[in-house]
Every structure is written in C-alpha cells, then in structure tokens.
Design a protein around this ligand. Structure first.
Ligand code: NAD
Length: 347
C-alpha cells in the first residue's frame, strides 16, 4: 500500500484516499449526509448489492441498483462463522455474483462480518461500508481487517479485505446510544497521541476525518500488522485485561480509556514522559467523560497475568505501547513489579 491523501472538500466534508497499490484506491468520505452518495461509490460494473445490516442500526441506504437487505444479529455472540455462512448461503440463493457488491451498513460488528463475507464469497467480491457508529467510522471500517470470533477468543478468524469505499455519515451518529458514543470516544482518545494532537478542539466531522487519516497512514505503512500497526493498540494492554477481569462490565472503549491513563503513568514511571504529559492524558480522557481508574475489586495480580497474555507479547515478558520522546513505540520486557506498582496510580 502507498500514499494517503487528505482533502477538505467543504467546511465540514472530507475525503481520505488510500492508495492500495496496483492502481486500486479506497475512498473514505466523511460528512453530514454522505450516505446518500452511495451509488457513486459502487464499482461501475455493479448490477446488484447485498446490503448487510442490523435492525437496530436504523439507517436505510439506496444503492441505486437492484438490492436486497440481509440482517445479522446484534452483539458479539452473533459475530461468528455461522453468521458468515448464513450470509454466503443467502447471497448464493439470491444469485450474487463476483461483479456485484456487498454493502455493510452498521457499526464495527456489521463491517467486520460483511467485510469477511465479501472476502470469502466467490473468493472475494467488492465491499463498500456505510459506517454508522463512531467506533466504526474512526477505526473498525478503516484498514481492511475483517473477521469473526471463535469460542476460544475474539477476532480469531478473518481476512484482510480492503473496502472500495467507506462512507462516514456523521448524521447517523445522532441516534447512537450514549454508551456506544462513549465507547467510540475511548478509541478516539488514543489518536491524540498517534499524531492527532488536540482533536477535542475540532468539530465532529474534522475530528473523525483526522482519525481516519491517521489510521489510514498507519495501515498504509503496515497493512499486515508487523510493526507500526501495533501502535493502534495504545491503551489496549491494560484495557483488554480490565475488560476480561471485570466480565465486560466496562465496555471496550471505556476500558481503553483507563488503559491510556495507565500507559501514561507507566511511561512516566519509566522516565519516558514528564508529569505534564501524564496530566494531558488525564485531561483528554476525563474531558471525554471516560473513566480514568480501574473499577474497584479487580485483583492487580490477575491484571498483570492477563496483560502477559496480550497478543503484542513477543518475548514472553510484558509488552506495552508507550509514549516517549519520539512519540509512541512498542516497549518489551517491562518489569512486572513496576507494572503492579503503577496500577496503584489508576486504582
Ligand atoms: P456494534 O457494531 O456492535 O454496534 C453497537 C450497537 O449500536 C449495535 O446495537 C448496533 O446495532 C447499534 N448501532 C449501530 N449504528 C447505530 C446508529 N447509527 N444509531 C443507533 N444504533 C446504532 O459496535 P461497534 O462499537 O461499532 O463495533 C465493535 C466491533 O468492531 C467489535 O466486534 C470489534 O471487534 C470491531 N472492531 C474491528 C476493528 C477492525 O479493524 N476491523 C477495529 C476495532 C473494532
């Protein structure tokens, strides 16, 4: 993958173009009402669209060609191979061909499942997403990672399959339940340290667009997650541990928020950043109305064990994405005792 281009097309409308290589591009359009432009973003040969969505999404799209809607269930327990199989069977029964298109309309669950179905049906058909949650717009729908869960863990089966276009209609966010909005903000907060700067000072569409640009640049550098893409997991090491230890009482984005503050405290304890940088992490997370402390009752030793199982762990020790003089980097072999002590700063 190559270049990423960021264009402000109007005061509140942005276009991010990602060069996929081989003369292929992925376009991300961000703004109020952009979902209405779906037809113009379908591959030109498209005769039919399979629209994959959920009842609760409440966003209707008109692809301008023959289309049929296929609903998937709500919640992670529906993010399964069985759902993908069901979708592919329905596509086959309807007669969807390789010159047609799948359109995912929804949050990250829908875009992950629809994207994976598109990647494997007929060994790959084009996919376009209409991302309708904050999390999907700034993260899940961007970058081409698709997948489903297994009983053994989240997102264990999947494929890289780049969408032809992603439409981030900020109007659709008006109906998002409060908690879903907060979960998106938890992921958005991390972009402040991925080069985004004071994103909280920007209007919504521009804030979303800047996050899309950052994610696109990271992915363009490292599509298959061998290096820089790991930085997108800033705040996730403690975040995942808190989610699991707490039986998912804190949702993903909320847990990542705590993880960001913890990562700052840990970087400070390691002499990588000063107290002002820690205070800035707390200001941003708090300003988004997100939690800054681990919920009471979680055993610090259990959290350290869970952090040791993180996917980023390469050398058997504790691994974190941490802030430092040159921005974020992956830091390995962090002393478990220091990690345990630093947990007190977020308790
Ligand atoms: P979600 O897709 O489960 O959506 C949350 C809820 O909001 C659902 O009930 C949904 O029906 C509803 N909803 C969606 N749009 C709405 C709207 N406009 N108005 C009202 N309700 C609406 O959750 P999510 O947070 O969007 O995505 C989480 C998923 O994304 C997880 O499965 C996660 O693994 C995945 N993810 C993938 C990537 C990636 O790179 N592929 C990155 C981050 C997260």
């Amino acid at each position: 993958m190559g270049d990423v281009e960021f264009v402000r097309e109007a005061a509140e409308r942005f276009r991010v173009t990602i060069d996929l290589g081989g003369g292929r591009w992925s376009t991300v359009l961000i703004g109020d009402g952009v979902a209405a432009e779906l037809t113009g973003h379908l591959p030109t040969r498209t005769r039919r669209c399979a629209v994959v969505t959920q009842a609760a999404v409440g966003v209707t799209v008109d692809p301008g060609v023959e289309h049929r809607t296929f609903e998937v269930g709500d919640g992670e327990r529906h993010k399964t191979l069985a759902t993908v199989e069901q979708l592919c069977e329905s596509f086959a029964e309807w007669g969807l061909t390789r010159s047609d298109c799948v359109v995912g309309v929804g949050g990250g669950l829908v875009t992950d499942v629809a994207g994976f179905a598109a990647a494997v049906y007929h060994r790959g058909v084009e996919v376009v997403h209409v991302a309708t949650t904050l999390l999907a717009q700034i993260d899940a729908a961007i970058g081409g990672k698709t997948g489903v869960n297994l009983p053994q863990g989240k997102n264990l089966v999947g494929a890289y399959w780049q969408p032809r276009a992603v439409l981030c209609d900020t109007a659709s966010l008006r109906t998002l339940p409060d908690r879903e909005w907060r979960c998106g903000l938890g992921e958005l907060a991390k972009y402040h340290w991925l080069g985004g700067g004071p994103l909280d000072e920007l209007p919504l569409a521009e804030r979303v667009a800047r996050c899309v640009e950052i994610k696109a640049r990271v992915v363009a550098d490292d599509e298959r997650e061998s290096g820089r893409r790991a930085l997108l997991n800033y705040g996730h090491t403690l975040g995942h541990a808190v989610e699991i230890a707490g039986g998912h009482d804190l949702r993903h984005g909320e847990a990542v928020a705590v993880g960001l503050v913890f990562a700052a405290e840990l970087a400070h304890a390691l002499g990588r950043i000063d107290a002002d940088a820690v205070a800035e992490h707390r200001r941003v997370v708090d300003g988004y109305g997100l939690p800054t402390t681990v919920p009471p009752g979680l055993d610090p030793d259990a959290l350290v064990v869970l952090m040791g199982r993180d996917k980023k762990v390469l050398d058997g020790g504790l691994t974190f994405v941490l802030d430092g003089g040159d921005g974020l980097e992956v830091v390995t072999s962090v002393d478990p005792e220091l990690v345990r002590r630093t947990l007190e700063a977020v308790s």
